[in-house]
Design a protein around this ligand. Structure first.
Ligand code: ZN
Length: 220
């Protein structure tokens, strides 16, 4: 099926609706194609090995990484990062100080890339256990946060700590529970983390004063 090209009016109408709450996590304007760092890692056709070139396929309305030899198109889409905001019995939020790049030494909630053979909830439980030693039960979705710079969408679950024991691992230097009014905002690693924790505090602790704009470390 062909993609219908959008006219200028439609593009203006779409833009007037805004980027949505998840747009707070990105500074990259929409519609600029594959980020350069990602295009540099996507150079050859996975079907036949020929060098890929940017071209607009006949049935589509944007440039794609297409194979000039076999016609196979390499679609480049964001990956899903699944994270949790683990909440303990005292109502505190468990964060990790990251022991790996990106964001080494900064605070973030536990999480990681969704694997191909697991559900989103399973990934949330697995990543949290791996990084904190805590077993959690994922609950309400706090939000979804686009990060065009890193080609990811970060999903944030609120999650109740139901077992395990907090302990650092190879990927986390420290595992610490913070009260909602003691979140180390300037030391939060990522915009997606920052907004996820921010939205959770706003929802569960409306009495806590929040910084209104990002002041974390803004790494990818
Ligand atoms: Zn090919």
């Amino acid at each position: 099926m062909s993609e219908r090209p959008l006219d200028d009016d439609e593009i203006r109408q779409m833009a007037a609706l805004g980027r949505g709450p998840d747009g707070r996590s990105t500074d990259i304007a929409s519609g600029r194609g594959v980020p350069r760092w990602l295009a540099a890692m996507t150079r050859f056709c996975s079907r036949c090995g020929s060098a890929l070139a940017l071209a607009t396929p006949p049935d589509e309305n944007r440039e794609r990484l297409a194979c000039p030899s076999c016609g196979h198109i390499t679609y480049v889409n964001p990956r899903l990062v699944v994270t949790t905001i683990p909440v303990n019995d005292a109502g505190e939020v468990v964060l990790i100080r990251r022991g790996i790049a990106p964001g080494y030494g900064s605070w973030a909630q536990p999480g990681g890339f969704l694997e191909i053979d697991e559900t989103v909830s399973e990934a949330a439980i697995r990543e949290t256990l791996e990084e904190t030693g805590l077993l959690v039960q994922p609950g309400e979705l706090v939000g979804l946060y686009s990060r065009l710079e890193a080609a990811v969408v970060t999903l944030v679950f609120e999650a109740r700590v139901v077992g395990g024991e907090a302990r650092p691992c190879a990927e986390s230097l420290e595992v610490v529970a913070f009260r909602a009014d003691a979140i180390p905002w300037p030391e939060i690693a990522f915009k997606t983390s920052w907004w996820g924790i921010h939205d959770w505090v706003a929802r569960r602790h409306p009495e806590v004063a929040l910084p209104s704009s990002f002041l974390g470390r803004e790494m990818l």
